[in-house]
Design a protein around this ligand. Structure first.
Ligand code: ADP
Length: 218
């Protein structure tokens, strides 16, 4: 199984990728994690991308394309995989198509997690996290409350709404996401690879939707 997983922030994409990895024995290729690893190792590329990532900006296409191509050309080359966070732009999709052709690998499906902006805003802006670095547990006023309102169940600290999770920021990130991914989804739609999967329900229900969509592939 060779999959690309596309979903806006707050769609639970990471959780779904993990479940697919367990079920089908896939390698998860997460470009965010790869770039963070380069920063942690202090490579030249890591130094270059750190300021962009700190600001939540996309890393230039040629850099991410290289990171992914290197991985596929290394001895770690995966036969079965799920792409988490790549390709994220049309130009990355074109580069990835070329790489896969060169590697004699073909995609089976592009899972497109669909969710209304208002639902994402409700999910994310309800998040309240413990600010203590050694605790950091997150709750949600809409889904996962705390025993004492506004206090961390684990350590009792006052919970906060992170800047990242504020409605205005979330809407900006969503706008950015669709600006970059609309053309990419269209590109894969022309290849008949896209499976639209509603991502409004619980994690388990979304996962069931993905498996149902994949049955049509296998
Ligand atoms: P998020 O879902 O919050 O964006 P990720 O772990 O997927 O988290 O990515 C973290 C950061 O890494 C992004 O904000 C971006 O700077 C960079 N990044 C990851 N994947 C890509 C990509 N495909 N293209 C450009 N930048 C990327």
């Amino acid at each position: 199984m060779r999959l690309v997983l596309v979903g806006p922030p707050g769609s639970g994409k990471g959780t779904q990728a993990e479940m697919l990895v367990d079920k089908f024995g896939l390698t998860c290729i997460g470009t965010g994690a790869m770039l963070r690893d380069a920063i942690a190792r202090g490579t030249e590329m890591g130094r270059q991308v750190k300021p962009l990532m700190d600001q939540g900006l996309l890393v230039p296409d040629p850099i991410v394309n290289d990171v992914v191509a290197e991985f596929f050309r290394s001895s770690a080359r995966p036969e079965k995989f799920v792409m988490d966070g790549y390709p994220r732009t049309y130009s990355q999709a074109i580069a990835f198509d070329a790489l896969l052709r060169q590697q004699f690998l073909a995609l089976d499906a592009v899972i497109n997690l669909t969710i209304a902006d208002d639902e994402v805003v409700k999910r994310i802006s309800g998040r309240r996290c413990c600010p203590k670095p050694d605790c950091g547990v997150c709750y949600n006023v809409n889904y996962r409350g705390t025993k004492v309102p506004g206090k961390c169940d684990r350590c009792g600290a006052d919970l906060v709404l992170r800047d990242d999770d504020k409605e205005e920021t979330v809407r900006r990130r969503l706008h950015e996401f669709y600006r970059n991914t609309d053309a990419l989804i269209n590109h894969y739609r022309h290849q008949n690879l896209v499976r639209d999967v509603p991502a409004t329900d619980t994690g388990e229900a979304i996962y069931a939707n993905i498996l149902a969509a994949l049955k049509k592939v296998a």
